[in-house]
Design a protein around this ligand. Sequence first.
Ligand SMILES: Cc1cc2nc3c(=O)[nH]c(=O)nc-3n(C[C@H](O)[C@H](O)[C@H](O)COP(=O)(O)OP(=O)(O)OC[C@H]3O[C@@H](n4cnc5c(N)ncnc54)[C@H](O)[C@@H]3O)c2cc1C
Length: 293
Amino acid sequence: MKASAFSYARATSVMNAIELLAAHGDSAKVLSGGQSLMPAMNLRLISPELIVDIGDIAELRGIAVTGGTLRIGALTRHVDLLNSPEIAAHVPLLTQAVAHVAHPAIRNRGTIGGSLAHADPAAELPACMVALDATIVVKGPMNERRVPAQDFFTGIYETVLSADELLVAVEIPVPPNNAAHFFSEFARRHGDYAIVGLAAQAVVAGDILTDLRLVFFAVSDRPVLATAATKLVNVAVVPAVLSEASRALGEELDPGEDQQASAPMRRHLAKVLLARCVAALLGRPDLGAGETL
Ligand SMILES: Cc1cc2nc3c(=O)[nH]c(=O)nc-3n(C[C@H](O)[C@H](O)[C@H](O)COP(=O)(O)OP(=O)(O)OC[C@H]3O[C@@H](n4cnc5c(N)ncnc54)[C@H](O)[C@@H]3O)c2cc1C
C-alpha cells in the first residue's frame, strides 16, 4: 500500500515550521527521520494533508554540554547518539540504550525528537529520558515550554505536544561522578521493540543506593517510573529488601497482554530485570541470581 496524496513543505527555520503547523492544525505532520511516520502513512494508519519536513533546520542538530546540562537537538539521529563521545562520557545509559533501537538502517535516519514525539510505549529513548530526569524543550507560536520527561508522555503514541508545537531539544542534567546506570530489555531479536525493558539511573555511595530512578517500558501506555525504587534507597540491600521491592513492583505494574507476552509474563520479566539491575548497580551478582523473585 502507498500513502494517500499529501502536500510537502520544507521548513527553512524553527519559526517557519511552527507557522506551517499553526496554519494547518491537525491536518499537518512533522517529518524528521520518517522511520515511524512514513510506515504509518504507507499503511494509511494516518493520512496527513501536509508534511512539514524539518530536516534542513541546522539549529535542531547537535549535542553540547554547558554548565552541567547536556543538550541534544531534536534532529540528532540515533547513530549520532551512539557514536558521540560526549554522550558516552556523560550519559552512557543512552549509548547503551540506542544500540537496542532497531537496526543500523533505521538508526541512520531516525532522530531523538522523532522517537520522543512518536511516544511508542515500547521504545527505549522515552524511558531513558525519564530515568535521566530530562527536560523536553517544546516551541509553539507564542512561547517555549520546558516539560519534565516524566510529564511529557500521556498515552500510547500520545504526548503533551499540540499540533502547532515542535519538539526542539532535550536537556539532561549531567549525572554526578558517583552515578551508575543500568539498561536491559527482553526482545525476541536484538533490534526488535522490547517485550519488557528497564532503564535505570542511580547514585551509589559505598554499598548503598542513595538515589534510584527505575523506569520500565513496554509494561504500560507510557514509561513507568517505579515507586518500588524507594524500598531500595538508603538501606542495606539484603535479599529480603530486594524481595520486598520486587513484591511492590509486581503490585505497582499493570502490564497489558498482546501477541508477544501475557501480563503475568511481563510482570515476571520486570522483576527479573529489577534483580539484575540492583545486582549490577551494587556489584552484587548474588542479588541477581533470581532467588528473591
Ligand atoms: C522496522 C523498524 C523497527 C524499529 N524498532 C525500533 C525500536 O526497537 N525501538 C525504537 O525506539 N524505535 C524503533 N523504531 C522507530 C525508529 O526508532 C524511529 O526512528 C523513531 O521512532 C522516530 O524517529 P524519526 O526521526 O524517524 O521520526 P518520524 O518518523 O519522522 O516522526 C515520528 C512522529 O513524530 C513526529 N515528530 C517527529 N519529529 C518531531 C518534532 N521534532 N517535533 C514534533 N513532532 C515530531 C512526527 O510528526 C511523527 O508523528 C523502528 C522503526 C522501524 C521502521
